[in-house]
Ligand binder design. Structure first.
Ligand SMILES: [Zn+2]
Length: 486
């Protein structure tokens, strides 16, 4: 389909402004907010493995003044007792959770397109190609307007944090300045983020491509340098390189991006992070082979250019060959499973069970705006449904993801796919405190009457029925950055 439909209307930021109550659920300038020693006491829930959710009905969790989890203690009966017991916490702030509240790790979105945020819920009548040409290319191309990036990204990062996404792997647009704005915004609002400039040379419409491979590579390097400058430790904002997909990036550019990847991330050892799309539709796979002839598989192409490794996030991975899966398993690349997007664009069903069985890392992504919800709770529900559709289609029960697996994918699995699992994902002592205070006793969609003594039921009701109203406090790296109870 030609991309000649009318462009979407100009984006208008809502009337919501900072200034109190639920309407101002995110704290700007979060990086300047002082951390304090805190002790939480009450119901604490996190994922230990794909098979195990640990629920501690009465426990204390201590966070030190560097934002690090100092202890998780299930033997104490109050925050005061924990403060007296643990050295250095005598004067810590004490937070006792209400009977229907619990502490849960921050949610991790492994794939989200920041510039597409205004298009959410629009354009899903077509397939991937039609959607790209009629909706995605025009709006992404419009970010030559850096002022628009300021308006959209501030609204979006606030919403992401409201919804409990403490770490997000963002795709940006082809624009260096707009991408820098995205990185600045995440740092200002205190969100952990992986960000790079999108690289496109061919296969796009509406002028949504770059002038040359040389310029694309130079601009990507400048974005990496900007992110290293604003967050030298890489604790919150981490740079990455971002070839959109094999069908958009010809060999010369792919080779150049591989060169940047091999230079490393700068602030610690290891290769540069990479985000890219892979095997979203059969047409996208064949377009890749047309542009990159001679490779045994899609994954072999990325691997050839040095773009696959433990710090690579590959979105979709639906139409994988056995060879693709072998290469993913060998290189340690992670998969972003975008169940909502894959259903909306009728791309297909990602075979998550097969990926997990092969030891391939999997996290959940919202992939807005091909997906219509920025909530990882929604991504969990959609991942559950897609796995059940596979069972319906094959009559094999093994495809179904268990509740324990869904919780893992939304937290620890996402951390592994983003290669931040040593830092976040659960409440292991020594990790950074990225966490949500969740309340399932409110006047919202969650009906808890009768379930108050069943901790797992409370968690299930939140995952399947909750929304941002139940997310009362959001902490990233020990700082309170968002939530309805700011
Ligand atoms: Zn995507």
């Amino acid at each position: 389909m030609s991309g000649d439909s009318a462009p979407p209307p100009a984006y208008t930021v809502s009337e919501r402004r900072d200034g109190g109550g639920d309407a101002a659920a995110v704290l700007p300038d979060a990086t300047r907010t002082k951390r304090t020693r805190r002790v939480f006491h009450g119901r604490i829930i996190h994922s230990k493995s794909l098979k195990e959710i640990e629920i501690l009905p009465q426990a204390s969790l201590g966070v030190d003044d560097t934002g690090t989890i100092a202890f998780l203690d299930a033997t104490v009966t109050s925050a005061g007792e924990a403060c007296a017991k643990h050295k250095g916490f005598t004067h810590a702030e004490q937070i006792t959770l209400k009977p229907l509240q619990f502490l849960f790790p921050g949610l991790i979105d492994t794939h989200m397109h920041a510039p597409q945020y205004p298009n959410m819920a629009l354009g899903m009548e077509g397939d991937l190609k039609e959607w790209c040409e009629n909706w995605t290319d025009p709006i992404e191309a419009s970010y030559t307007d850096t002022a628009k990036a300021h308006r959209v990204y501030r609204e979006m990062v606030r919403k992401e944090l409201d919804n409990g996404s403490t770490t997000v792997a963002y795709n940006s647009s082809i624009h260096r300045e707009a991408t820098n704005v995205l990185a600045d915004t995440c740092l200002e609002f205190g969100q952990r983020a992986i960000i790079g400039k999108l690289c496109i040379l061919v296969g796009s419409t509406h002028g949504n491509w770059e002038a040359s491979a040389t310029q694309s590579i130079a601009d990507e390097a400048k974005v990496v340098a900007h992110i290293r400058r604003i967050d030298p430790t890489g604790k919150l904002v981490m740079p990455c390189i971002q070839p959109r997909a094999g069908s958009y990036v010809p060999p010369e550019l792919m080779r150049g991006l591989g060169g940047i990847a091999s230079e490393g991330e700068g602030h610690n050892e290891g290769r540069m992070r990479v985000q890219a799309h892979m095997c979203e539709t059969p047409l996208e796979v064949s377009d890749m082979h047309d542009l990159h002839p001679g490779f045994a598989s899609y994954a072999d192409m990325y691997d050839h250019y040095g773009l696959l490794g433990p710090r690579t996030i590959l979105a979709h991975c639906i139409h994988l060959s056995r060879r693709d899966m072998d290469v993913l398993a060998k290189t340690g690349a992670g998969v972003a499973h975008n169940a909502n997007s894959n259903t909306c664009l009728t791309d297909g069903w990602c075979r998550v069970r097969e990926l997990l069985d092969r030891g391939i890392k999997v996290g959940l992504g919202t992939d807005c705006s091909a997906g219509y919800s920025i909530s990882i709770l929604n991504a969990m529900r959609q991942a559950s449904n897609v796995s059940r559709h596979l069972t319906i289609a094959t009559d094999e029960a093994g495809w179904k993801l268990s509740f324990e697996e869904l919780v893992y994918l939304a937290t620890m699995g996402g951390a592994e796919a983003c290669s931040v699992d040593k830092t976040v994902g659960n409440f292991e002592v020594g990790k950074a405190f990225d966490a949500l205070v969740v309340d399932v006793g409110l006047d919202d969609n969650i009906n808890t009457n009768g379930w108050e003594r069943d901790d797992m039921a409370l968690l299930k009701k939140w995952v399947f029925m909750g929304d941002d109203r139940s997310i009362r406090k959001v902490f990233v790296d020990g700082r309170l950055v968002a939530g309805k109870d700011l």
